[in-house]
Ligand binder design. Structure first.
Ligand SMILES: *[C@@H]1O[C@H](CO)[C@@H](O)[C@H](O)[C@H]1NC(C)=O
Ligand SMILES: *[C@@H]1O[C@H](CO)[C@@H](O)[C@H](O)[C@H]1NC(C)=O
Ligand SMILES: *[C@@H]1O[C@H](CO)[C@@H](O)[C@H](O)[C@H]1NC(C)=O
Ligand SMILES: *[C@@H]1O[C@H](CO)[C@@H](O)[C@H](O)[C@H]1NC(C)=O
Length: 861
């Protein structure tokens, strides 16, 4: 870093509280308008009992106690990655928040589930729920109050995006269904779910953490925000999610955790969010303003850098309340939201204690790890929370496996086949699957990407080679990635079935793996995978490629090679990488995964707007110019033929669709009916509390260095003063938005308007699972993507079995977001409904004008 840059950073850091985060708005420019005040929680009937209990408790709290609940105690000062200060006097515990979206990070005897992207590839609501439920149960059994997942942001607009694999796929509807069931699953187990990262965190480069003032700004227009990026968050809120994590990046130039328009306006008012907003770790940027902008809890407590012990809240929040800059009722609302979430999940009754430490695998450790001091205490109780969750994990990994090519029905394999296996991705990491912290390496079979969204395998990942060797008698392997003479000799064995394993990895920006700073440098297979496939295929007539990947890879060099008979995308299977794959390869079950993203022929095919930004200074503008046309919608709109389209996936059996019909259940008005009136919210006295409430207690004799406390040295000296409130600041609540009215938005948005029914018959030779998908074409009266996913269902059918499937279209499904009316509008004209097994292969077409046709030539066996 040059000295001039140093000076700039230092100045910027110094002025953080004074510099307004909300800039003056210029017409047409990407700026975030102010939205104040922060709406209070508690007006939704579902939450009213939790809020009245919270009100009773918070009414008794002192200022220091309230500050404790909103501020966490500092990095590594408690056992979890985030720990709030407790209120022992009233029996409110330190709230433990722990990563992440596929299992419990930094803990043993847990299940490392398949990643979100694999789960999305199942297109199976029951499995999405079952996985989440199991994760919630494990979290609770370990004493974790708040699980930091699911992730639906990034949504996956950029194929290179480092964290796309943590979410469920590059389509808002698919992400939305998954978010809904994932939140339900986690919370039905009694653990608070956190939907993240809100919002526009679509690339890792310049994502805006670490007080790096070179920060990419996700410039998203209002309609695109609503119809694409916000959609899955709305579904999570509708499911009653307890926490929303605001993201590091700026949106329209304002940081995610400082963005009053997005937190106060969109999330709390329009979507009626009743839980609390939690900052991503060190994503808080300002003390007073972030609280006014709707942030309710800071994590992990430290302000500008890891473990510096200088919170932007803590004692600063105590001061800001005493000096009147933060209104008391804003603090009360933040605290009430957090306490209400705890009651809402029933965590006030017999919640297990935290029984693991994120910071050591030893049984004992110092109490205050972040300060490396304190008494030695027992920190790891090694509670085994896995139950039968390996079965759930295996089912998800297996049913996500997506068969892309199967010429001559080379798959399934027989146990008698001569099987030759190639590629390091079929084996284990020679140093053990957990050897790289946060999975920051790509060695051996790839079960997950890297970063905070990972968990430890236990005791190690189950490898494909082990599972394959168990199943077949004649298996030989060379588990390396170079095409050497021994490889070609082995591949050339007479009648061999050659399995080539390749991979592509990505992760979070704080670790660079093989030159990739989180985001992928390109989207080819790693470790020379293309050459390995070609080397084997040139020698072996029956080559089968298996890929473990975070997202799409380019397969053009070999996809049409005549000896590449089959291609299997096994995504990121988590711990159960072996048996899940063997069950599909050897035909115990038919593959039933479908792509949760498009596999294009070249990176440029996704469009110029979504390419990674890797250079720039200051505010780096990234305009979401593709607007609604993310992933397959871009390919459709620009007539680009993908290699394998979104939604695609083959089966060992075949399905025939028949007897389609469409039914209108109600005639939709153009606008939804006026939403119901909101209930009341808790009220408290608004006078400034006594300064003595935040004086250092006499019984704290040793102050732990870098620990975040709520106390002030001479609180009585704090003077009330005039705060330079941001432009547009107000304490008068805004009128309830027309699009709001309940969690997720106006409840009428989920009124069912159309039902589309059809029969699906298994016409093949074995049991299999079909995934009928519904794509909607909007009337010509409105600009919209060519087609949008608006329904799907996974159904299992025995051979010869036929089932009726009904998919529903809600008002929201058939609406567009009107930026002028700020409401969902049903456009004039007829919709076309297409049912198919991918976003490009349709077997039924219906029109809302009436009637459906079966497409000719659908039958494939
Ligand atoms: C970002 O700016 C665009 C363009 O002016 C606007 O449509 C949108 O509502 C803004 N979004 C936010 C969150 O400020
Ligand atoms: C706030 O939390 C700290 C621990 O982080 C604890 O020592 C203190 O007693 C708590 N304060 C109050 C007023 O409960
Ligand atoms: C009140 O205290 C906060 C926290 O230290 C500070 O940011 C703010 O500027 C203060 N307000 C006034 C008017 O001094
Ligand atoms: C475990 O404890 C030993 C000393 O008892 C210490 O040397 C070692 O660093 C600890 N390991 C970890 C991972 O903290």
């Amino acid at each position: 870093m040059k000295p001039s840059q140093l000076l700039f950073v230092a100045l910027a850091a110094l002025t953080v509280d004074a510099s307004p985060m909300i800039q003056e708005r210029q017409a047409g420019a990407f700026d975030s308008p102010p939205y104040f005040p922060s709406p209070k929680g508690g007006w939704v009937a579902d939450w009213s009992s939790a809020y009245s209990k919270a009100h009773a408790l918070v009414s008794q709290m002192t200022l220091a106690e309230k500050v404790n609940i909103t501020t966490t105690v500092g990095w590594s000062m408690g056992k979890c990655v985030g720990n709030t200060g407790p209120v022992d006097r009233l029996g409110f515990p330190s709230i433990c928040a722990q990563d992440g979206p596929l299992g419990i990070r930094f803990a043993d005897l847990i299940t490392a589930f398949p990643a979100g992207i694999t789960t999305g590839a199942t297109w199976d609501e029951d499995l999405i729920y079952a996985r989440a439920r199991a994760m919630g149960e494990e979290a609770k059994a370990k004493g974790v109050h708040v699980l930091l997942g699911p992730a639906v942001g990034p949504l996956g607009r950029a194929p290179q995006g480092g964290r796309n694999w943590e979410g469920f796929g590059s389509d808002p509807y698919l992400q939305g269904v998954a978010a809904h069931h994932a939140v339900k699953g986690i919370q039905d187990a009694g653990t608070q779910a956190t939907i993240k990262h809100y919002i526009g965190n679509e690339q890792e480069h310049f994502r805006g953490d670490g007080w790096n003032h070179n920060t990419v700004s996700a410039n998203i227009d209002d309609r695109t925000l609503h119809e694409v990026y916000l959609w899955p968050f709305s579904e999570a809120v509708r499911a009653g999610v307890a926490a929303v994590m605001c993201s590091y990046n700026t949106i329209n130039g304002t940081y995610g955790c400082s963005n009053s328009k997005l937190l106060n306006g969109v999330l709390k008012d329009e979507l009626g969010f009743q839980g609390y907003v939690m900052a991503d770790w060190l994503a808080q940027r300002s003390g007073v303003e972030d609280m006014l902008s709707g942030l309710d809890q800071t994590q992990p407590g430290d302000g500008e850098s890891w473990a510096n012990g200088k919170s932007l809240w803590g004692d600063q929040l105590s001061r800001a309340v005493l000096n009147s800059s933060v209104p008391v009722d804003r603090l009360n609302d933040a605290v009430t939201r957090i306490v209400a979430a705890w009651y809402q999940l029933g965590q006030d009754k017999n919640y297990p204690p935290v029984s693991f430490s994120s910071w050591t695998t030893n049984d004992t450790d110092v109490l205050y790890k972040g300060a490396n001091m304190g008494p030695i205490v027992k920190v790891n109780d090694h509670v085994d929370v896995r139950a039968n969750h390996a079965e759930v994990a295996r089912a998800v990994a297996r049913d996500g496996i997506t068969l892309l090519k199967n010429n001559g029905n080379i798959l399934p394999l027989s146990q008698k086949d001569k099987i030759r296996v190639f590629g390091s991705d079929a084996g284990g990491n020679p140093n053990g699957g957990n050897s790289c912290p946060d999975r920051g390496c790509n060695s051996g079979v790839l079960g997950m990407g890297w970063g905070s969204g990972t968990a430890d395998y236990y005791p190690d990942i189950e490898t494909p080679i082990a599972a394959i060797s168990q199943r077949a008698r004649d298996v030989e392997s060379i588990l390396k990635d170079q095409v050497t003479a021994d490889v070609t000799t082995m591949a050339g064995a007479k009648d061999a079935r050659c399995l080539v394993f390749i991979s592509s990895d990505a992760g979070e920006a704080y670790i660079t793996v093989e030159g990739n700073q989180g985001d992928r440098n390109d989207i080819h297979a790693w470790h020379g995978g293309d050459d390995l496939v070609l080397g084997v295929a040139n020698a072996c007539k029956n080559t089968i490629v298996v890929m473990h990947t975070v997202g799409p890879i380019i397969v053009e060099k070999w996809v049409d090679h005549p000896n590449v008979k089959a291609i299997v995308n096994a995504h990121l299977p988590g711990r159960e990488a072996g048996q899940s794959l063997a069950q599909v390869l050897f035909g115990d079950v038919s593959p039933s995964g479908h792509l949760p993203y498009t596999m294009g022929k070249r990176l440029e095919d996704w469009g110029a707007a979504v390419q990674l930004i890797t250079t720039g200074t200051g505010r780096i503008d990234q305009e979401y110019k593709e607007k609604l046309n993310v992933d397959y919608k871009w390919f459709d709109a620009n007539n680009i033929t993908p290699r394998y389209e979104f939604g695609f996936g083959l089966s060992y059996t075949s399905f025939k669709y028949s007897r389609p019909s469409i039914r209108q259940l109600q005639r939709p008005s153009r606008l939804p009916p006026t939403p119901p009136k909101r209930g009341s919210t808790p009220t408290y006295p608004t006078n400034i509390p006594a300064a003595s409430e935040v004086a250092w207690p006499k019984d704290i004799t040793t102050r732990i260095p870098k620990y975040i406390y709520p106390y002030l040295e001479n609180p009585e000296d704090v003077k009330v003063g005039k705060y330079p409130y941001p432009a547009g600041y107000s304490t008068t609540p805004k009128p309830a938005p027309a699009a709001g009215g309940a969690q997720g938005g106006n409840p009428a948005l989920w009124d069912v308007i159309y039902e589309v029914s059809f029969n699906v018959k298994n016409t093949g030779k074995m049991t299999g699972k079909a995934v009928p998908q519904l794509y909607l074409e909007f009337p010509k009266s409105v600009e919209a993507p060519v087609r949008q996913l608006r329904g799907f269902k996974k159904i299992q059918l025995k051979r010869g079995e036929e089932q009726k499937v009904t998919l529903q279209l809600t008002r929201k499904d058939i609406s567009t977001w009107d930026v002028t009316l700020q409401n969902w509008v049903v456009p004039q004209g007829d919709f076309v409904v297409r049912i198919g097994e991918s976003s490009r292969k349709f077997v039924i077409t219906c029109s809302t004008r009436g009637g459906c046709d079966e497409e000719r030539g659908q039958h494939r066996d």
